[in-house]
Design a protein around this ligand. Structure first.
Ligand code: PLP
Length: 411
């Protein structure tokens, strides 16, 4: 007979565990620089004005109900989402060689992409699924998402700890040495955790090497608009890959968790870019992606997708959203400057310029695990042990205090 036994208890997830410790900490001046969620200048979660407007519109429209969506999701959303990341002028959209499906935010997009690749992107000779190459370091969940599916992961050099800059040579060499047909996961913008993105000329070298090695580019776009405040600028690398004359296959995983502040609503999509127009292949790919969705979640959540769709498809709301992105990205950028200036004022040992040079939600501070532990225990300042700080957790009210705490643990 069967019984449920021998179940080892796993340690808490590092990030959500940190969130729990922060919540239980009674110190009034505690600071949360852990999880990557935007906070306003009062340290509060922010419902974007564009989202509030869309919610009002939705609740007064005939689209407002809680019915099931189609298996492939809300088409007005997936179509508009593709235009946001690939651009209105995208050749892939014009030539009808794009297959889009709605997913459980960015995590769901990566999961569906991984599942699809495992089954259908298989080596002709070895009959094996590809190895997924991830940047070193990367978002902690990447490894888990792919290994959970039974895929092998490997890493490519990315962050040079000494120079606090991109290890482009190491990155390109890893692409060149990877077995033909490997999958390279590329952070589209605002690299998590380092906040360091390749410059356009560096992107060209990366994309050329991917082309040469006959690899697949798997873009993870979780922060479009957070680096520069501009959706178009932050989509540069994805659009360069999709619309220039490269012939490698591309999949784009897209999340609206951060840029629309829809974290818990799970709004996302996966876009498979086919190399050429082929109606039968389009339909076949869509049918397979739909099968995954049907088996796993039956159909994706409706509310957030309807809200984001209204924003993307209504010019006034779109304008408001673009303003909201500037509000978020410029507040973060101001906090980077203030933190660096405060550390310099205190004469904190070391160089802190990289905090201003990095972009997006995070800064890879260079603080050691021991310093991070002291920040939490002694000062109630919470960040992950890698030294990654969510700059969105800083505000006018706590940034000086945080600088003093960093100064204390560094000395
Ligand atoms: N990819 C990266 C690099 C991330 O940092 C995140 C969230 O932190 C995601 C994907 C997916 O997030 P979500 O599933 O909330 O959209």
């Amino acid at each position: 007979s069967f019984s449920i036994q021998n179940i080892p208890q796993l340690p808490p997830d590092p990030l959500f565990g940190l969130k729990a410790r922060y919540s239980e900490d009674p110190r009034p001046n505690k600071v949360d620089l852990g999880i990557g969620a935007y906070r306003d200048n009062d340290g509060k979660p922010w419902i974007l004005p564009s989202v509030r407007l869309a919610e009002n519109l939705l609740q007064n429209s005939k689209e407002y109900n809680h019915e099931y969506l189609a298996i492939s999701g809300y088409k007005a959303f997936t179509d508009a989402a593709a235009r946001i990341i690939l651009g209105k002028q995208s050749r892939a959209i014009a030539e009808d060689r794009l297959v889009s499906i709605q997913t459980l935010s960015g995590t769901g997009a990566l999961h569906v992409a991984g599942k699809f690749l495992k089954e259908f992107y298989v080596s002709k000779t070895a009959k094996e699924p590809p190895v997924i190459y991830l940047s070193k370091p990367t978002w902690a969940n990447h490894v888990q998402i792919f290994e959970y599916l039974g895929l092998k992961t490997a890493s490519y050099p990315y962050w040079n700890d000494e120079t606090k800059s991109l290890d482009l040579d190491g990155f390109v060499k890893a692409i060149e040495q990877a077995p033909e047909g490997s999958v390279f996961l590329l952070h589209a913008t605002a690299h998590n955790p380092t906040g360091l993105d390749p410059k356009p000329d560096q992107w060209l070298k990366i994309l050329q090497a991917i082309e040469k090695g006959n690899h697949l580019a798997l873009f993870d776009s979780a922060y479009q608009g957070f680096s520069s405040g501009s959706l178009d600028k932050d989509a540069w690398a994805v659009r360069e890959a999709v619309d220039k004359k490269y012939s490698f296959p591309i999949i784009v995983c897209q999340s609206f968790a951060k840029n629309a502040g829809m974290y818990g609503e799970r709004v996302g999509a996966v876009h498979v870019v086919l190399p050429e127009h082929d109606t039968a292949l389009n339909k076949a790919v869509l049918s397979q992606l739909s099968k995954i969705i049907r088996a796993e979640i039956s159909n994706p959540p409706a509310y957030g997708a309807k809200i984001v769709s209204l924003i993307l498809n209504t010019p006034e709301l779109m304008k408001q959203w673009e303003d909201d992105l500037v509000t978020m990205s410029s507040r973060i950028s101001k906090m980077r400057q203030t933190l660096t200036a405060e550390l310099e004022k205190l004469g904190t040992p070391g160089s802190w310029k990289h905090i201003v040079e990095q972009q997006g939600m995070f800064s890879f501070t260079g603080l050691t695990p021991a310093q991070v532990e002291r920040l939490e225990k002694k000062h109630g300042v919470y960040l992950v042990s890698s030294g990654r700080a969510s700059i969105a957790g800083l505000n006018e009210g706590n940034v000086k205090h945080v600088a003093k705490c960093i100064d204390e643990v560094v000395r």
